[in-house]
Design a protein around this ligand. Structure first.
Ligand SMILES: *Cc1c(COP(=O)(O)O)cnc(C)c1O
Length: 502
């Protein structure tokens, strides 16, 4: 299978190249030229496999330049019971809300307790194998600018992976105390963490500058290293997300909750549009999905887009209690537009150029109709999010995090507006204990909030009796390893120093 750029169809690369390169030279994103189509028999075979078996089948069909042994190695290294708490890294919980059955796909049982682990645990393995095929003998240097979650998930994914080094920069006052502690206590021989005197944009601009400074690239070259990227537009982060929708469907059939061949709806709390796009890609492979329900918080640029066909990022930015969805430019939407415009690189490029220059574009009537047919967009604010957490906890004793609650809220809006009772899979993207303060305020309004994040975890545990994930519980007793703070302007020297190649 080959991949091309969403903005230039003449740019054609292998899977290994797409993963090693991250983004196309023309600025477009890599997409498969076609999608494998699964027959009824293919799906029946998948029913009998466990999560890892299903993942191997899907990866083999997309990563055709990988050997079966290489894929086995990636999957067996990433999705272990040790890292995900059980043999199924993406188990399904069931809860009832106002008499309605919710199938909650818990994607947060990995080492950092958020769904990004599903991709970032396997990406380093895809990447090292891809580099071997494309730039043999070189070590990858991963630079990440983070506002919290991605940095920790990337550190956990890359720690002690041979032939990789990872350096994470975060804004010194721009992450939560828990996130800071998660990163500063990171273990591993090949990891570095550094705070930047500045905000997230300063960190991100600094990283981009390092990536594009020729002298730094030369220094790396002399030392047999090269830069690579772990950000969410890398094909190696999207592909692993397709698997859990297919696997969830198989689990629902095996549990007798749906009949083989029945349609499902998919509900996803959305930021960068990667997670929901993966479910759409699964449907292109034959997964019977009726509607894709895209849930947003007050940053509802996607809700408006789905309802009007106009994408306009010129609007107020809200800081919400579901911070991983506080996004005004959803990068992976570009891949959907490419598909819906009939694989038109020209049209996609026009819209993306308009977004860059004026922050706005309007899609064609054809694309609007395709979106209206398959997608539903909805949003809710922080108060509604908290009210949903409380109802779900009070009615069925199920504790969910703020992002998942946005999805549940929008799902209820969807059913009320449409009457569509198709069984739904709701993607749950984080452990409630990652956002203890907001969840505590939701389930016990007016309660006195403890001072530290760890005490909030304990208090929430006391009230809810829901188990605290081991990686978060264990964090309390870890001592910090990283104390570096630097000016944004000194990031290049910091990187060279950390790599010992000054
Ligand atoms: C990243 C993230 C999201 C958004 O996912 P996208 O793929 O960017 O749409 C939602 N919830 C949580 C907890 C996240 O970390």
């Amino acid at each position: 299978m080959l991949y091309n750029s969403t903005q230039n169809k003449n740019e054609v690369v292998s899977a290994a190249q797409a993963i090693a390169q991250g983004i196309s030279k023309d600025g477009g994103l890599f997409v498969p030229q076609e999608f494998p189509k699964y027959t009824q028999d293919d799906f029946k075979a998948l029913l009998k496999l466990d999560y890892r078996g299903r993942a191997k089948k899907v990866f083999a069909d997309f990563l055709t330049d990988f050997t079966a042994d290489e894929i086995d190695d990636c999957v067996d290294s990433a999705y272990t019971a040790e890292k995900f708490g059980s043999e199924n890294p993406a188990p399904m919980a069931h809860a009832e809300l106002s008499g309605r059955e919710l199938n909650i796909l818990e994607l947060w049982h990995g080492p950092t307790c958020a769904f990004k682990d599903m991709a970032l645990q396997i990406l380093p393995h895809f990447l090292t194998k891809s580099l071997k095929k494309t730039y043999d003998g070189k070590d990858a240097v991963i630079l990440v600018a983070t506002s919290g979650d991605t940095g920790k998930a990337a550190l956990e994914g890359f720690k002690d992976v041979d032939h990789t080094n990872i350096i994470v920069f975060y804004p010194v006052d721009g992450v939560s105390p828990m996130q800071k502690h998660q990163m500063n206590t990171q273990e591993g021989k090949n990891v570095r963490v550094c705070a930047i005197k500045g905000n997230f944009d300063d960190a991100q601009t600094g990283v981009k500058k390092i990536f594009t400074t020729p002298e730094i690239a030369e220094k790396l070259e002399e030392n047999n290293m090269l830069f690579s990227s772990a950000n969410s537009i890398n094909w190696g982060r999207l592909l692993p997300q397709i698997v859990y929708y297919i696997s969830a469907y198989c689990d629902l059939v095996n549990e007798g909750r749906i009949a083989f061949g029945d349609k499902i709806n998919v509900v996803v709390p959305t930021g960068n549009f990667g997670n929901i796009l993966a479910s759409y890609y699964a449907s292109l492979m034959g997964l019977p999905v009726n509607k894709f329900i895209c849930a947003s918080n007050s940053n509802n640029v996607l809700t408006d887009f789905i309802n009007t066909g106009v994408y306009d990022k010129n609007r107020h930015f809200y800081t919400t209690i579901s911070p991983s969805m506080d996004i005004l430019v959803s990068s992976n939407l570009e891949r959907l537009l490419y598909k819906l415009s009939g694989d038109s690189d020209k049209t996609t490029r026009e819209w993306m150029d308009a977004l860059k220059s004026g922050g706005r574009y309007e899609v064609s009537e054809d694309v609007k109709a395709l979106i209206a047919d398959k997608f539903f967009g909805g949003c809710c604010d922080d108060e509604q999010t908290k009210a949903t957490i409380k109802r779900l906890f009070d009615e069925d004793n199920y504790l969910c995090d703020t992002h998942t609650a946005v999805a549940v809220n929008v799902y209820e809006q969807y059913v009320e507006q449409t009457g569509d009772e198709t069984p739904a899979v709701i993607a749950s993207t984080a452990s409630p204990y990652k956002f203890s303060k907001a969840v505590l305020e939701a389930v016990a309004p007016g309660c006195e909030l403890p001072e530290t994040e760890f005490d909030m975890v304990d208090k929430l545990n006391e009230i809810s009796k829901a188990a605290v994930p081991a990686p978060l519980a264990g964090l309390k007793n870890k001592t910090a390893r990283f104390f570096d703070v630097t000016e944004a302007a000194s990031m290049p020297q910091y990187v060279l120093g950390a790599l010992n190649i000054e």
